[in-house]
Design a protein around this ligand. Structure first.
Ligand SMILES: *Cc1c(COP(=O)(O)O)cnc(C)c1O
Length: 423
């Protein structure tokens, strides 16, 4: 199946192989059961053993923390779209990332307190999880070309985001993999590379095909796409998926089946949404870069930088629909622009059918130390815009009006000192 076909059809197979007399439902039902009845104890015990070992499914689902058929359909579809052996869904993106961190430090991997090598910037919550060591890990933040050198004998994970939240910085995944595979020989064990691919979605990028071991998505964003379901999902090898299922079982960060249903449905329109939102973003990024009130625009490929162009051509299938820009006049001017918007929603989150804007330094990356924010390209005057499906003309009219208003304010300020000087 090609990508678009898989998006619409994957994970939608019949409930059972026996043809039902009354017809197979066109849309799979939502299974809300928390527990599953059994006939013989030995059969259900076998199912429980299989699930405890991390099997994707078993004849009896046993208990909803161990398996849910609705969630499993979403996982099957997402694994297909990422070209992964398996996928494991969680309650949120952060629950998924936490499970990956725990898996990297699981005793089976030979390390208990995983040392993580990570590349900034990443989503503020992820940055905080890694920096705070809240769940007992240790992190070193390095530039993309220093990853290999930073790998130590106790390193359990390499983590990066591309394109990164909120600067849209792209990291060369193949190059990082090459460094890590060399470092693995030195340290004598596997070091999995995890890529948070939330911004790209499987429509624009498949990190597994680039050599990554683990792909993470905040499904809350593009996969659901309508701002009404939270979730996280990890696409990976069978080996990692089994371990992640075991961790999900004991920590309980499962995806609720109602959200699983919505996320699975979201996948059906994912390619269309991502491409249409991308067209809007392309047009806005260009217009913003020409606006006198805008200092700079971050959007993959826009700057004409040769390395960025190369990555865009070899690693991604398009720049996506998130952009960031800095407003002339600093944080205060940026705040005014945000507060002057009438159409675009002032809110955190992204990837929804409607456009959302926020200042990362104030909100999504607030938890990151100010110095670390500044040094990773997240100044106070940076605004992140997630471009939706509205008319690009309406979006631009809204932005242009809000931006031009700050110019008017600036112009008034500029006149005053000149006048006083003349006097
Ligand atoms: C939002 C986000 C997350 C966290 O996902 P939640 O579903 O909010 O827990 C992780 N990574 C990226 C890139 C995000 O944008």
């Amino acid at each position: 199946m090609r990508f678009e076909t898989m998006a619409v059809r994957a994970g939608r197979g019949p409930v059972d192989d026996d043809h039902r007399e009354r017809g197979e439902p066109h849309v799979p039902g939502i299974d809300l059961s928390t527990t599953y009845g059994f006939r013989t104890s030995s059969a259900v015990a076998d199912s429980m053993d299989a699930l405890l070992e991390g099997d994707f499914e078993a004849p009896n689902a046993v208990y909803a923390r161990l398996h849910n058929p609705t969630v499993a359909r979403f996982e099957e579809a997402l694994a297909g779209l990422e070209g992964a052996e398996g996928a494991v869904a969680f309650a949120t993106g952060m629950a998924a990332i936490t499970a990956v961190l725990m898996a990297a430090g699981a005793p089976a991997e030979g390390v208990r307190r995983p040392h993580v090598v990570a590349v900034r910037p990443v989503y503020g919550g992820t940055d905080h999880l890694l920096t705070s060591g809240l769940i007992g890990s240790e992190v070193v933040w390095v530039a993309p070309d220093e990853v290999g050198d930073a790998v130590r004998p106790d390193t359990g994970l390499v983590f990066l985001e591309t394109p990164a939240n909120p600067t849209l910085t792209m990291v060369d995944v193949r190059d990082v993999i090459r460094q890590v595979r060399t470092a693995e020989v030195m340290v004598g064990h596997d070091v999995p590379v995890a890529v948070d691919s939330t911004f790209a979605t499987p429509v624009l990028q498949n990190p597994i095909a680039l050599g990554a071991d683990i792909v993470v998505h905040s499904a809350t964003k593009f996969l659901g796409g309508h701002g009404d379901a939270m979730g996280g999902v990890v696409a990976t090898s069978d080996r990692w998926a089994r371990l992640l299922r075991q961790i999900r079982m004991v920590t309980g960060g499962i995806l609720h089946p109602l959200a699983g249903y919505l996320l699975h449905r979201g996948l059906q329109t994912l390619p269309l949404r991502v491409r249409a939102q991308q067209e809007n973003a392309r047009s806005l990024a260009q217009k913003l870069s020409e606006h006198p009130a805008v200092l700079s625009v971050h959007y993959p490929g826009l700057s004409g930088d040769a390395e960025e162009q190369r990555l865009l051509a070899t690693q991604q299938r398009g720049p996506g629909s998130i952009l960031a820009f800095r407003v002339r006049g600093g944080a205060e001017a940026a705040r005014k622009v945000v507060e002057s918007l009438d159409l675009i929603t002032r809110a955190v989150s992204l990837g929804s059918v409607d456009s959302l804007i926020q200042a990362p330094a104030l909100l999504t990356h607030r938890v990151v130390d100010e110095q670390d924010r500044e040094s990773s390209g997240v100044p106070a005057d940076l605004l992140r815009l997630s471009v939706g499906l509205e008319s690009a003309a309406d979006l631009w009219a809204d932005l242009d009006r809000a931006l031009s208003r700050t110019l008017d304010v600036e112009a008034t300020h500029r006149v005053e000192p000149l006048v006083s000087l003349a006097l």
